[in-house]
Design a binder for this molecule. Structure first.
Ligand SMILES: Cc1cc2nc3c(=O)[nH]c(=O)nc-3n(C[C@H](O)[C@H](O)[C@H](O)COP(=O)(O)OP(=O)(O)OC[C@H]3O[C@@H](n4cnc5c(N)ncnc54)[C@H](O)[C@@H]3O)c2cc1C
Length: 595
C-alpha cells in the first residue's frame, strides 16, 4: 500500500519561521492561532488523513461510486464512516466565522489541512472541498436568511455543497448556458435543465445537498450577462432547518472516468426544481466567481497534494529498490546491487519534485495569508493590496501547481520503472487522479488567458506592479546578504525575464491578440517559476537562521534544495521567454483544415 506522512513539520516551519503568522495577530482570528493551537490542529488532521483517509484511497479507486435505479448514489466502502469522523473533527469550519459555527481561524490552516486531505484521498477531499466553496459564495452573496438557513448546516457537515455550471453544450463558454429559471408568485424560481460533470452531485454522505446553480431567467439577456445564481437544495429545508419535501433535482447518471473514482461526477437533472436567487438577477456569474476562485485555489492545492504523496512513495522506493551500481563505485558492498537512490538521474527526478513541493506549499500559505488580510483587515489599503495579490496569483496557483503536480506524479511513477505502471503499488492511481485538476475549474489554458488577458492589465496593472515591486525590493535588499546571495542572483535574472515578457505583451499583444493567446501558458509558467523562486529565497533565509540549532539536517536540506531549484528549474524561464517572444506566427499559420 502507498505510504503517506503529512508534512506537519514543514507547515509549522513555514507558518512560524518563514511567514511569522504572529505578525498578523491584529487580524480577527489570528490571535487564537497560537503556535500550540496550530500545531494541535495540523497534528490531528495529519493523524486523520494518514490513518483514516489514506487507507481508503485505493478502495475508492477500485470500487468507485454506484448509482441505484432510484437515482441514489452509494460512495465506496468506508467513505461514510470516514465522513462521519471528518465531520466530528469539525474540519470544515476551521476558518468559517464563529457566528456560523466555525472557528474563525486563519485560512492558511485550512489550506494546510486541505493539502493533507487531498494527498491522502483526493476523491474524498472533494466532497467537503466543494462545500467550502459553496459556503464562501453564500457568505458573500446570500441573503441573511439564506446564510442562517444553509451555512451552519454546511459548516457542521450535515449538508454538503456543489457547483453547477457545466452543460453538454457549455463548458468554458458559460454564455452558452441553457438551464432556465422561471419566477414564481412566492418569489422562488422553477429551475429546469441538465447539468453535467457535477462533482459530489449526489451521494450518501450527508442528509442534504445544497446545489448552487447558474441559470438564465426567462427573458434575461443572452450570454454571461443574463446568468443568475440560485440555491437549489436537494431536500427543501423548513425555516427551522429541519428537512422538508424532496426537490425535483436528481442524478441521471454518474460518469465513468480516468481517476478520482471515489468522487461521484453526476449528470444532474433539474425538472422544475425550486430554487432561490442568490445575488441580484443577472449577476450570477459575479457571485459564482467567489466559489470559483475559492475552488481554483483548492484545486491548485490538489496539484501540490498529489505531487507530495507521489514524491514520498518514490523516495521510499528509491531507497529500497536495488539495481545497478553507483557511477562512482559500489556504495553498498553487502548488497547484490546499490539502491537506485545512488543514481544521479533518479536523484534528479526526486529533487525536481521536492524543490517544487516545498516552494509550492509556501506559495499556497503565503497567498492564504493574503486571503485573510483581504477579508479581515480593517485597513482599506491592505485589503485592496491583498485582494490584488489574490486575483493575480489565483490563476498561477491553479495552472502551475496542477500542471507541475501532474508532471511530478509522472516523474515519481518513472522512479518505479515498470512497477509504477502496474496497479499493485498505487503509483498509476496518483497519475490518473492528478490529471483532472489541470482540467476542471477552468482548464489551465483558460487560467493562462485569465492571467494575461485580464489580470495583468486590471486597474492599470496595479497588481502585477505590486508583485514586481515586492520581489525587486527583496532582491535589492538582499543582494549583498551572504545567506541568500547565490539564490538572489538567479531570481533577479528570472524576474528580469518576467518583466521583459510583460513588456513584450504590452507592445505586441494589444494590436495582435493572438500573440497574447500563443504566449499565455508560457507566461503563466514563467510567472509561477519566479513566484516559486521568491518563495525559495524566503525559505532559505529562514533555514539559514535555524541551521546551527537543527540536528535533524532538515534545514541544511532546505538550502541544498533551494540551490537545486535555482540551478536546475529556474533557468526554464529563459525558454518560456523565448517562446513568448516568438509570437503567434508559426502557431497560427496553418489553416484549420491542415490539422
Ligand atoms: C471529473 C470532472 C469533474 C467536474 N466537476 C465539475 C463541477 O463540479 N461543476 C461544474 O460545473 N463543472 C465540473 N466539471 C466541468 C469542468 O469544469 C469542464 O470540463 C471544464 O471547465 C472545461 O469545459 P469543457 O470540458 O466543456 O471543455 P471546453 O470548454 O470544450 O474546452 C476544450 C478545450 O478548449 C480550450 N478552450 C476552450 N475555449 C477556449 C478559449 N476561448 N481560448 C483558448 N482555449 C479554449 C480549453 O482550454 C480546453 O482545453 C468537471 C469536469 C470533470 C471531468
Amino acid at each position: 500500500m502507498p505510504v503517506y506522512k503529512a508534512p506537519v513539520e514543514d507547515v509549522l516551519f513555514l507558518m512560524n519561521d518563514v511567514f511569522h503568522i504572529e505578525r498578523f495577530a491584529n487580524l480577527p482570528g489570528f490571535a487564537d492561532a497560537s503556535p500550540d493551537v496550530v500545531q494541535a490542529i495540523v497534528g490531528e488532521a495529519a493523524k486523520f488523513c494518514e490513518q483514516v483517509l489514506a487507507p481508503l484511497n485505493r478502495v475508492g479507486d477500485r470500487q468507485g461510486c454506484r448509482r441505484g435505479d432510484d437515482g441514489s448514489v452509494t460512495t465506496p466502502d468506508g467513505f461514510r464512516e470516514a465522513y462521519r469522523r471528518y465531520v466530528e473533527g469539525g474540519w470544515i469550519g476551521i476558518s468559517v466565522p464563529q457566528e456560523f459555527g466555525g472557528l474563525g481561524l486563519p485560512v492558511a490552516i485550512t489550506q494546510a489541512v486541505n493539502e493533507f486531505l487531498a494527498s491522502a484521498n483526493m476523491a474524498f477531499a472533494m466532497y467537503p472541498g466543494l462545500t467550502h466553496g459553496a459556503i464562501a459564495a453564500l457568505l458573500v452573496h446570500g441573503t441573511a436568511e439564506q446564510k442562517a438557513l444553509y451555512v451552519p448546516k454546511m459548516v457542521s457537515g450535515e449538508w454538503t455543497g456543489t457547483m453547477n455550471l457545466t452543460e453538454p453544450q457549455c463548458g468554458t463558454d458559460l454564455g452558452l448556458i441553457r438551464t432556465k429559471a422561471v419566477r414564481q408568485a412566492d418569489g422562488s424560481y422553477r429551475i429546469a435543465g441538465t447539468k453535467i460533470f457535477i462533482s459530489a452531485g449526489e451521494h450518501d454522505l450527508a442528509a442534504n445537498i445544497v446545489h448552487l446553480v447558474l441559470a438564465r431567467i426567462e427573458g434575461a439577456p443572452e450570454g454571461t450577462r443574463g446568468l443568475s445564481l440560485f440555491v437549489v437544495p436537494k431536500i427543501v429545508p423548513n425555516p427551522d432547518g429541519s428537512l422538508g419535501a424532496r426537490n425535483a433535482v436528481s442524478c441521471g447518471s454518474i460518469e465513468e472516468k480516468m481517476g478520482i473514482h471515489g468522487n461521484a461526477t453526476c449528470v444532474m437533472n433539474y425538472d422544475g426544481a425550486t430554487g432561490w436567487l442568490v445575488a441580484p438577477e443577472n449577476h450570477g456569474l459575479h457571485a459564482m466567481f467567489v466559489m470559483m476562485n475559492e475552488a481554483r485555489l483548492g484545486v491548485g492545492v490538489h496539484g501540490l497534494a498529489l505531487s507530495e504523496v507521489a514524491y514520498q512513495n518514490a523516495a521510499q522506493y528509491a531507497r529500497d529498490r536495488l539495481q545497478g551500481r553507483a557511477l562512482t563505485g559500489t556504495a553498498f558492498k553487502d548488497k547484490p546491487a546499490d539502491p537506485i537512490i545512488v543514481h544521479p538521474d533518479v536523484r534528479r527526478a526526486l529533487m525536481t519534485i521536492r524543490a517544487f513541493n516545498e516552494a509550492a506549499r509556501a506559495l499556497v500559505l503565503w497567498t492564504s495569508i493574503k486571503s485573510d488580510v483581504a477579508h479581515r483587515s480593517e485597513s482599506d489599503k491592505d485589503r485592496q493590496a491583498a485582494d490584488d495579490h489574490m486575483g493575480l496569483l489565483t490563476p498561477v496557483i491553479k495552472g502551475v501547481l496542477t500542471d507541475l503536480g501532474f508532471a511530478n506524479a509522472v516523474t515519481a511513477q518513472q522512479v518505479f520503472g515498470g512497477h509504477g505502471y502496474i496497479r499493485e503499488l498505487g503509483m498509476e492511481q496518483f497519475v490518473r487522479d492528478a490529471r483532472i485538476p489541470m482540467i476542471y475549474e477552468g482548464a489551465n489554458g483558460i487560467q493562462a488567458l485569465d492571467l494575461v488577458g485580464r489580470k495583468l492589465g486590471k486597474d492599470g496593472g496595479r497588481a502585477v506592479t505590486a508583485f514586481f515591486n515586492e520581489v525587486q525590493g527583496y532582491v535589492k535588499e538582499h543582494a549583498g546578504d551572504a545567506a541568500v546571495k547565490p539564490l538572489v542572483e538567479p531570481l533577479a535574472k528570472a524576474l528580469g525575464r518576467l518583466h521583459e515578457a510583460t513588456m513584450w505583451f504590452m507592445q505586441n499583444a494589444l494590436a495582435k491578440p493572438d500573440n497574447a493567446g500563443a504566449g499565455a501558458t508560457d507566461y503563466m509558467h514563467l510567472f509561477g517559476l519566479v513566484a516559486l523562486g521568491y518563495m525559495w529565497c524566503l525559505i532559505a533565509a529562514a533555514a539559514h537562521g535555524k541551521r546551527a540549532a537543527d540536528p535533524s539536517g532538515r534545514m541544511k536540506a532546505k538550502l541544498v534544495t533551494a540551490r537545486f531549484f535555482m540551478e536546475r528549474m529556474l533557468p526554464e524561464t529563459a525558454a518560456h521567454l523565448a517562446r513568448i517572444q516568438s509570437g503567434a506566427g508559426s502557431v497560427m499559420e496553418l489553416p484549420a483544415e491542415m490539422f
